[in-house]
Write a protein of this length. Structure first.
Length: 166
């Protein structure tokens, strides 16, 4: 019985190591693609090659959203006003692109855990203003959506060839 258990454990460890190597290779490939796209998303704390690639692939061109509010609505980070009796509050929208929302959530959690990041400072400020941790994360995700749109728009402008005047 002990031999079987050790054999299974050895097989599982070998499988995990193989998958870990594949994940590292995929991350390296995605980093090359993001760099080839001339994107500066990875300069933002909490955004690595995998999240940058997901933002580019799922988000498409940021210029198709005319305003930051439209981009936030598209990513599902635009707050929705709800009212019950005399109490009015905001909750996160359940519409929008859920995959982009998931990416923004991952970035927000990463920044909250980085003590020197601007996201951490913003999150702490929202907590000191009396917001709950969930509300503070929602505010941070909305702020991140604005920042990411700005970076993606700048990337688009750099990628465009200069206009030729006759």
């Amino acid at each position: 019985m002990e031999k079987v258990r050790k054999g299974l454990a050895r097989d599982l460890v070998a499988e995990v190591r193989t998958l870990d190597k594949q994940l590292a290779a995929n991350a390296a490939d995605l980093k090359k693609l993001v760099m080839a796209a001339n994107s500066r998303l990875m300069h933002t704390p909490g955004i690595g090659p995998v999240l940058a690639a997901r933002l580019i692939a799922r988000g498409g061109r940021a210029s198709r959203c005319p305003t930051t509010a439209a981009f936030a609505n598209y990513t599902g980070t635009a707050p929705v006003e709800i009212a019950s009796a005399d109490k009015s509050r905001q909750r996160l929208s359940r519409s929008g692109n859920r995959q982009l929302n998931s990416v923004l959530h991952t970035i927000a959690i990463s920044q909250v855990c980085m003590p020197n990041s601007s996201g951490h400072v913003y999150y702490q400020r929202k907590l000191s203003e009396g917001k709950t941790p969930r509300e503070a994360r929602r505010c941070l995700k909305r702020r991140l959506a604005d920042h990411i749109r700005k970076v993606m728009l700048a990337d688009e402008r750099r990628a465009r060839p200069p206009a030729v005047t006759p």
